[in-house]
Ligand binder design. Structure first.
Ligand code: HEM
Length: 537
């Protein structure tokens, strides 16, 4: 059942004003002129040349010629669905965000799942991180939680993101391999980047081949802030916990399914929703008081680290249900524009340097991908909260602003003049005190790259560890360069000597004792696996 009435919400109703159904309607040009024949072009005689004056032919072909837009520079392959979110109990002690304080509010959401490296037409079953992007259409504006299904990331600083993506995408000379990390440029980069050790261990684990989007965890990755009505801030990590549990597919199965049905995850999500088996996730938070910021043996601002759940348990505070498939893939799934910078009062950023760089990247890329500054007006992107300001014009502007003034202050009417009463409740940034030198350096508190990789590896069962060993062996087995393989073995030896030994055996190589090629980050000599003291209960 598509769009049963009980799945309507404020956003799906809002979208209805833009939907159309041409069944039983006469065919017209884009300008409303009825067409008598759209199968034959206008010609000079039965067998003569087509005539330039054929506006019906020209319009049809021109529109077709312009149908494609650039695919996303990353996360190009994805699938999405509509749904709703409800908080279980007020979280007013932590945040003033309305959708997290009022259990009566049902907030519409649109969620897009994706792979990272592959192009739009690539297989769903590639070994890769999965995007888990949620747009909450709250009554106070849109809040986007743009996360992944792995709780940490490859790099600590956004300035390295173009390097990471250049390394992971198909190689520039021959555009191979498609949607796979098993190639030299990827492992060259990873082997030179010890900070990626934790993430790469996750990516070689079963987590990187989910059974279904419905059976995936989601993570906001960065530490964010929640800010309450009194202005008190807590650090927070966001989690999504699937009520179907976390399940994966074995590598060999994934290879077979990929060949038979590259749309496996897309089809699974679509069919589940069509049949009324609505996927559900609980929103979880790990909360750290400001005063405890420095009580961990890692830095909360470092996106290659998670907060172990034994130290700070995940509190489940609400539930999201996906209950409606999109009407149109392009209009909704392809045109949706998520941005980590879309936040609402009660939620704020931290100084995580990866988060800070992302704040620039998303709008910038969407200006290109969606063709100009008015993509916030595209139906799937526009908020259900009223939006007014003095921004004007630009390609494809839809809104017709009345009045002479489009500036502030103004006394002529129109525009958005300053109205002190109406500015109440506006977003104010958390007034964090900053007193520092401007430097282009990595914080020393970010330099332990291995403890949490070891922690993750040790958390795995024997079969899961074997899958990780097999994945490294397979992937590095595809790498042509022996020095790259050896550099990776050196990194693996710092994660776990057993892991490194097994992979070295599979590759018929020795683990190098010393390498002439330096690691490009200072790494504390043999950082010991973490010994964590619980600090927050
Ligand atoms: C797209 C997550 C890091 C740039 C996405 C999407 C997700 C995501 C889920 C897909 C959004 C969609 O479905 O439309 C993450 C996570 C990161 C991360 C969890 C690290 C924790 C970065 C960094 C940059 C970046 C560091 C750049 C500095 C982009 C760009 C897109 C994108 C340009 C395409 C957006 C579009 O065209 O709409 N990211 N990302 N990401 N990300 Fe990230």
């Amino acid at each position: 059942v598509t769009n049963p009435n009980n799945t309507e919400n404020a956003k799906t109703k809002d979208l209805q004003s833009n939907t159309s159904d041409a069944t039983d309607q006469p065919m017209t040009t884009n300008h409303g002129v009825k067409i008598s024949d759209d199968q034959n072009s206008l010609k000079a005689g039965d067998r003569g040349p087509s005539l330039l004056e054929d506006f019906i032919l020209r319009e049809k072909i021109t529109h077709f010629d312009h149908e494609r837009i650039p695919e996303r520079v990353v996360h190009a392959r994805g699938s999405a669905a509509h749904g709703v979110f409800k908080v279980y109990q007020s979280q007013a002690a932590l945040t003033k965000a309305g959708f997290l304080t009022n259990p009566d509010i049902e907030t519409p959401v649109f969620v897009r799942f994706s792979t990272v490296a592959g192009s739009r037409g690539s297989s769903d079953l590639a070994r890769d991180a999965r995007g888990f992007a949620v747009k909450f259409y709250t009554q106070e504006g849109n809040f986007d939680l743009v996360g992944n299904n792995i709780p940490v990331f490859f790099i600590q600083d956004a300035i390295k993101f173009p390097d990471l993506i250049h390394a992971v995408k198909p190689e520039p000379d021959n555009e191979m391999p498609q949607a796979a990390s098993a190639h030299d440029t990827f492992w060259d980069f990873i082997s030179l980047l010890p900070e990626s050790a934790h993430m790469i261990t996750w990516v070689m684990s079963d987590r990187a081949i989910p059974r279904s989007y419905r059976m995936m965890e989601g993570f906001g990755v960065h530490t964010f802030r929640l800010v309450n009505a009194e202005g008190v801030s807590h650090f927070v990590k966001f989690h999504w916990k699937p009520l179907l549990g976390v399940h994966s597919i074995a590598w060999d199965e994934a290879q077979i399914i990929s060949g038979k049905d590259p749309d496996f995850h897309r089809r699974d999500l679509w069919n589940a929703i069509e049949s009324g088996s609505y996927p559900e996730w609980e929103l979880g938070i790990q909360v750290v008081p400001e005063a405890d910021e420095h009580k961990f043996d890692f830095d909360l601002l470092d996106p290659t680290k998670l907060i172990p759940e034994e130290l700070v348990p995940v509190q489940r505070i609400g539930k999201m249900t996906l209950n409606r498939n999109p009407d149109n893939f392009f209009a909704e799934t392809e045109q949706v524009a998520f941005h980590i910078g879309h936040i609402v009062p009660g939620i704020d950023f931290t100084n995580d340097p990866l988060l800070q760089g992302r704040l620039f990247s998303y709008t910038d890329t969407q200006l290109l991908r969606l063709g100009g500054p008015n993509f916030h007006e595209i139906p799937i992107n526009r908020p259900i909260a009223p939006a007014h300001n003095n921004q004007r014009d630009g390609h494809m502007r839809q809104e017709i602003n009345r009045g002479k003034a489009s500036y502030h202050p103004n006394s002529l009417g129109g525009g958005c003049p300053f109205q002190s009463g109406k500015m109440q409740g506006g977003f104010t940034s958390y007034p964090e005190r900053i007193d520092a030198h401007k430097v282009r350096e990595r914080s020393p508190s970010f330099l332990d790259h291995f403890s949490q990789a070891t922690l993750f590896y040790n958390s795995q069962s024997e079969p899961e560890k074997n899958h990780i060993i097999d994945a490294f062996s397979f992937e590095l087995g595809k790498v042509q360069s022996v020095p790259i393989r050896e550099r990776m073995l050196r990194i693996l030896a710092k994660v776990d000597s057993g892991l490194a030994t097994h992979v070295a055996y599979a590759l018929r190589l020795h683990i190098p004792k010393q390498s002439n090629e330096p690691l490009n980050q200072a790494v504390p000599a043999d950082a010991a696996p973490g010994s964590y003291e619980p600090v927050v209960k």
